[in-house]
Design a protein around this ligand. Structure first.
Ligand code: 7TS
Length: 414
């Protein structure tokens, strides 16, 4: 995107909606570059949630009274808004969960434990987050199914020839991350879904690092399932989304049982209510749904294509600046269309935890560790990495502060 278009994204005005970005520690303003873990929350989202508690708080789906009706409508409308945002066919395809991890577990338990068996193959990628990798691995173990991993090549991209070899008629599901939270790679998820469908397998896409940062249309991708979290997209913690194709969800057994999800209960047995409530027993995250609705409104007002372009520009800038340092190893593709807005790296001779600690002395907030991708780090041959991840409110000056902090780390540790 051109500099002119970037300027049309008024980052300074956006930053004013986030008072937390003005916080200072030891007299230095925080530089928040840990957005892949959790993004900050704009005032409109905080206000929407506190207005809900002040004006409409009650339990949903139960009451005849005014407040319960107001809460129910707000909760249902949040489903509609999210459905519209990701191109789903309405609220029946949008299940609210706690987070991406729970969305993964819902499908793995409900579909996987019932449908997988010996001889079946679950195909993952080597860059899966543990939310997907551990969940499918453990459910496959219990079901007696095999797990295979699509290789990551030297550039940090998926080896699609290997994908074509692995995805065969024994494959029951392909579960792939849309954008890697460690490598930043944007994966060809439509192609992977097509491959899965050619072999009558299902496809599950982990969109935790995609939906917050780029336009996503689940209809275009055609995946059977797609998951993401509210707290990585300017929304609150405590709410996640599982999109599922209605026809697939209708066939699925519930994962959790209880109140609010049933049609008829006798002492002997029970039948299930309509989608999506069949998968949302108990009191759901109502205020969080209201907050997520506000976050989606806020993101769309800015424009997902502009958010994507802004992050790509920052990631490319960070990639170039870090490469120019000479003693920094960066993982994943070069800055460009198939890299999302994050950069993981190591400074020669310095452990990532030490580096993150030096960064913190400069009030630069980055992540150090394996980012819940241990097997991928094993493959990269490093125990950990340092990750800077960007959002719509970050600036080039903040990238400069990150790079400037490297000098201290060299002096102290290298
Ligand atoms: N999938 C991906 C690709 C992720 O990046 C994360 C969280 C998850 C799933 C799990 O999301 P949750 O909301 O259920 O926790 N990733 C990170 C991270 O990179 N650092 O902290 C959390």
């Amino acid at each position: 995107m051109s500099q002119q278009n970037l300027e049309s994204l008024d980052v300074e005005a956006i930053r004013e909606e986030f008072p937390i970005l003005e916080r200072e520690f030891d007299g230095q303003q925080v530089v928040y570059l840990d957005n892949a873990a959790t993004t900050q929350t704009p005032d409109v989202v905080v206000d929407a949630m506190s207005d809900y508690y002040r004006e409409s708080n009650a339990n949903v789906h139960r009451g005849i009274h005014h407040l319960s009706q107001a809460a129910s409508i707000a909760y249902e409308e949040a489903h509609d808004r999210v459905a519209d945002f990701i191109g789903a066919d309405g609220r029946k395809e949008v299940i609210f969960t706690k987070n991406t991890t729970e969305s993964e577990n819902l499908v793995a338990y409900s579909w996987g434990l019932n449908e997988l068996g010996p001889g079946d193959r679950v195909v993952l990628t080597e860059m899966e987050h543990h939310a997907s990798l551990v969940t499918w691995q453990q459910v496959a173990h219990r079901a007696g199914a095999d797990v295979e991993y699509i290789r990551v090549d030297d550039t940090g991209r998926l080896d699609m020839n290997h994908a074509r070899e692995l995805i065969d008629d024994d494959t029951a599901i392909v579960s792939a991350v849309h954008v890697s939270n460690t490598l930043g790679t944007v994966n060809p998820v439509t192609e992977l879904t097509e491959l899965a469908h050619e072999h009558d397998a299902l496809s599950f896409i982990d969109g935790a690092q995609a939906v917050p940062n780029r336009p996503v249309d689940v209809g275009e991708i055609d995946a059977d399932f797609y998951a993401f979290s509210g707290h990585k997209m300017a929304g609150p913690t405590g709410i996640g989304v599982l999109y599922g194709k209605q026809a697939v969800l209708e066939e699925l057994e519930p994962y959790l049982y209880g109140g609010g999800m049933i049609r008829k209960v006798t002492f002997e047995d029970s039948t299930w209510g309509e989608l999506p409530w069949k998968f949302e027993p108990g009191t759901p995250p109502i205020a969080e749904a209201v907050g997520l609705h506000a976050a989606v409104d806020w993101l769309e007002e800015i424009g997902m294509d502009r958010i994507e372009a802004h992050e790509q520009e920052l990631a490319a800038y960070a990639y170039d600046r870090l490469t120019a340092e000479g003693d920094v190893e960066i993982y994943g593709p070069e800055g460009g269309p198939d890299r999302g807005g994050l950069v993981s790296f190591n400074l020669e001779g310095v452990h990532s935890h030490d580096l993150a600690s030096i960064m913190n002395d400069h009030t630069v907030a980055v992540r150090a560790g394996d980012h819940c991708t241990q097997p991928l780090h094993d493959k990269l041959g490093v125990p950990a990495s340092t990750r800077a991840s960007f959002y719509v409110y970050n600036t080039r000056e903040e990238v400069d502060k990150l790079v400037a902090a490297l000098e201290d780390a060299r002096t102290l540790f290298a």
